[in-house]
Design a binder for this molecule. Structure first.
Ligand SMILES: Nc1ncnc2c1ncn2[C@@H]1O[C@H](COP(=O)(O)OP(=O)(O)OP(=O)(O)O)[C@@H](O)[C@H]1O
Length: 216
C-alpha cells in the first residue's frame, strides 16, 4: 500500500447472466467522495457491489477490472481487497459484547492485549460510545448499533467503503445523523465510497455523482 489515498475505478465492467447483460459500469470514485448507485429493484445494484467485493454469485459472469489506487483487485480474494462493507442489517455478533465485535474485525497486526483493547476504546470514543465495550449489542439503541457497526467496518482499516442501503432501517432523524457520521468519517479518512440506495436524501447527502442502473 502506498499510503496515498486511493481512487476506486471500475473499468469496462459488464455483468451478464445466461448470456443476457445485467449491467455495465465504467466510472471512478475519487478519495473522500461518495458515488451513489441507484436504479429500480432488480437492476443489479447489489450484484455490482458483490462483484466489487469479490463474492459475485457463480450464476453471473463478469468482465472488466476493479482498481484501487495502483492495485488491480479483480482477481484478489475478498479479504485481500481491504474493502469495508456495510449492509442494511448491521450483523453485529449477538454472542459477543461490543468490544468483542470490534476486536473480531481488528487486524491481527495490532498485537498485544493492551494495544488491541486501546484500539477498540479509541474507536468507541470516536463515535461517542466511551465505556460501551462491555455492552451486549441487544441492549443498544438503533443509532448506537449503527455506530458500532461503522466502527467495526473502519477498525479493519479498509481502503474504500461499499454501502448497501446501510441507513434504511434507521428512523428519519437518526438516519440523518448516522449518514452524516459515515460520510464525515469517509471524507476525513479520504476513503472512496460507493453507496447503493433507493433514497434521494441519501444520494443528496452523499454529495457526489449518481450512477443509474437501468432495468434490463
Ligand atoms: N444468485 C443469483 N442467481 C440468479 N439470479 C440472481 C442471483 N442474485 C440476484 N439475481 C438476479 O439478478 C438481478 C439483479 O439483482 P440485484 O439483487 O443485484 O438487484 P438490486 O438492484 O440490488 O435490487 P433491489 O433494489 O431489489 O435490492 C435480479 O433480477 C435478481 O433476481
Amino acid at each position: 500500500m502506498s499510503g496515498q489515498p486511493d481512487c476506486l475505478r471500475l473499468e469496462g465492467v459488464r455483468i451478464t447472466r445466461g448470456g443476457e447483460v445485467l449491467l455495465g459500469a465504467d466510472f471512478a470514485v475519487a478519495p473522500g467522495t461518495a458515488t451513489t448507485v441507484m436504479g429500480p429493484s432488480g437492476s443489479g445494484k447489489s450484484t455490482l457491489l458483490a462483484f466489487l467485493a469479490g463474492f459475485l454469485d457463480p450464476a453471473f459472469m463478469a468482465e472488466g477490472r476493479v482498481r484501487l489506487g495502483d492495485d488491480d483487485l479483480t482477481r484478489l480474494p475478498p479479504q485481500a481487497r481491504r474493502l469495508g462493507l456495510m449492509f442494511q442489517d448491521d450483523l453485529l455478533f449477538p454472542h459477543l459484547d461490543v468490544a468483542g465485535n470490534l476486536l473480531f474485525a481488528l487486524p491481527a497486526a495490532v498485537r498485544g492485549r493492551a494495544a488491541r483493547r486501546s484500539a477498540v476504546d479509541a474507536a468507541l470514543g470516536e463515535v461517542g460510545l466511551e465505556g460501551f465495550g462491555d455492552r451486549d449489542p441487544a441492549t443498544l439503541s438503533g443509532g448506537q448499533r449503527a455506530r458500532v457497526a461503522l466502527m467495526r467496518t473502519l477498525i479493519a482499516r479498509p481502503r474504500a467503503l461499499l454501502l448497501d442501503e446501510p441507513f434504511s432501517r434507521l428512523d428519519r432523524s437518526l438516519r440523518g445523523q448516522v449518514r452524516d457520521l459515515v460520510f464525515g468519517v469517509a471524507r476525513a479518512r479520504r476513503l472512496p465510497v460507493l453507496l447503493v440506495t433507493h433514497d434521494e436524501e441519501d444520494a443528496a447527502a452523499a454529495g457526489g455523482p449518481v450512477v443509474s442502473l437501468r432495468a434490463m
